[in-house]
Design a protein around this ligand. Structure first.
Ligand SMILES: [Zn+2]
Length: 95
């Protein structure tokens, strides 16, 4: 995946290619060689959960396991019944 990163030092926009899960990197600005960012990529799912009992709230998170496992974990840890109307995993965005 490519993202645009503006250099804090010289204001140049750089295209940075994010590596797949497990890799770390510190991409540098093509113009001034300043470090643009440091990251470690993680494979997983970004999810958005809603609950009809709490209509004004959304739970947004990242799970390295399946979204269904995360929902079960949240329901047991918080005691809040998560009657999930719709759960979007990041794989949905590929479709
Ligand atoms: Zn720069």
């Amino acid at each position: 995946m490519d993202i645009l990163v503006k250099c804090r030092k010289c204001d140049t926009e750089n295209t940075v290619t994010i590596a797949k899960g497990g890799d770390s990197a510190s991409p540098r600005c093509l113009r001034c060689d300043d470090v643009l960012m440091r990251y470690t990529s993680v494979s997983g799912y970004i999810y958005i959960l809603s609950n009809p009992r709490m209509k004004d709230l959304l739970k947004i998170g990242l799970s390295t396991r399946s979204v269904q496992e995360r929902i079960a974990e949240l329901s047991s840890a918080t005691g809040v019944p998560l009657a999930v109307q719709r759960a979007l995993g990041s794989t949905d965005f590929d479709k």
